[in-house]
Design a protein around this ligand. Sequence first.
Ligand SMILES: Nc1ncnc2c1ncn2[C@@H]1O[C@H](COP(=O)(O)OP(=O)(O)O)[C@@H](O)[C@H]1O
Ligand SMILES: Cc1ncc(COP(=O)(O)O)c(N)n1
Length: 501
Amino acid sequence: MSARPSRPRVLAIAGSDPSGGAGIQADLKSIAAFGGYGMAAITALTAQNTRAVDGVHAPPAEFVADQLRAVSDDIAVDAVKIGMLFSAPIVEVVADWVRRTRPAVVVLDPVMISTSGHRLLDAAAERAVLELASAAHLITPNLDELAALVGAPRAASWSDALDQGRRLSRQTGARVVVKGGHLAGPSAPDALVDGDDVYEVPGERVESRNTHGTGCSLSAALATVRADGATWEDGLVRVKAWLTAAIREGERLWVGSGNGPIDHLHALDPRTSADRENGSWARSAWDRGAAVRADILAVAFVRGMADGSLHRDHWAEYLRQDAHYLAGYGRVLRRLAELAPTTDDRAFWAASAEGADLEVERLHRRIVGEDVGMPAPVTVGYLDHLERTAARGDYAETVAAVLPCFTVYADLGRRFAPIERAGHPYAEWLDAYGDPQFLHTSVLAESVASRVADSASHEQRRAMERAHDVSLIWERDFFDEAWRGTEVSSAYTATDPGHVG
Ligand SMILES: Nc1ncnc2c1ncn2[C@@H]1O[C@H](COP(=O)(O)OP(=O)(O)O)[C@@H](O)[C@H]1O
Ligand SMILES: Cc1ncc(COP(=O)(O)O)c(N)n1
């Protein structure tokens, strides 16, 4: 047996949502998404779905106490996430248990009113929740809950919200996550407030109705990453990136007709988020590539990048080859912009070409410098395939050829999302793969491919398949080349990736 458990043991104390989007159901999925072992003590049963809460049935407070005792008598709890508490007696029981057992991580999501407007906490219990807040390490109120806890009207601006966060933090001695989910406008920032210190994590607002349970999921995920050793700051950055992608993916679950859930497990999904509808071209291309994709995950380079054991010489060689590759890839994307039949598609490929240039500037050049040496045979071969395809001048076929570079990277980004970033030598690189904007771009590229395939001839579709499948094989070989193609030299002096950024 090792000296540490393999996973943090995380207890959710919360209400049940039978529709699976909020409450303990959301907590357990979020804990699992970040690699925790989830447990749940249930404070109340709700009858709810994505549209409304129809009823609440709470057990006697003593029975909540029994559940907590049953867990802590037997199991060491590494972190606790507290959600819906419903009544003052239940708040008391939970507060009493927290004071006695003193878990190392206590995150309190002071749930008061559901997104659909239903009360999940007695007005009389609000005071008791404030007292419980002083026993927590982190409190995650939304704007209404924050206002209620500091006894002020709802903050009208982000800076008002931060002021209220500072007040609540000083008042309780706990850190406060101020959440911008309910703000108007295109951004949805969050901030970690500790006394007067504010650490802001910017975020874009996803235009989506799939926000049921976002607060539950955020707090459960934060408890898990913190118990796993992340700082609160790093934890919030990671969880927020995951949450943004989960909101975006929620729509594809087709759960309910109201405010639907988020897709907690999007990063574990072996498929891409692309069109999963039957018959979509990108979907079948992805499925067809299963064996090659399995090879990619098994390549020593990819495994070493994920667990941080990759030698930096291999990484530097990969970056040099990638700089060559991206230059050629950018040219092919520009050619696609010329071939594109619609203004939208033209703009999409032109923007993607700029993205490739930017990537070279922003990361590669800064890390490996101007001298990128000679392209390796694999780089030459892959680019040759893309350039020949583009030279034939067929839009559909060329779209298919460039697609794996999007989908393979997006897939790795999702798979890398749960990896602990603190102290990871390739943290910045893992983040670059998982950039929510890039994940979104990949989904768009897939939908362009599926749309184009829909109106393609039988021959064209066959050509698309070939172009795609050959690129996918080059993707695998490209990773493999970085692993095999370099002699590791201890004299190598490139910037240590551990000190990047
Ligand atoms: N439309 C959205 N786009 C991106 N992030 C969102 C969106 N709505 C909520 N969030 C994020 O979800 C989390 C929960 O926020 P919020 O909706 O304010 O809380 P609650 O679910 O408790 O009402 C926060 O991290 C917030 O920034
Ligand atoms: C059991 C339970 N707990 C919490 C919430 C709040 O979640 P949201 O504010 O996202 O609706 C909920 N609806 N149900």
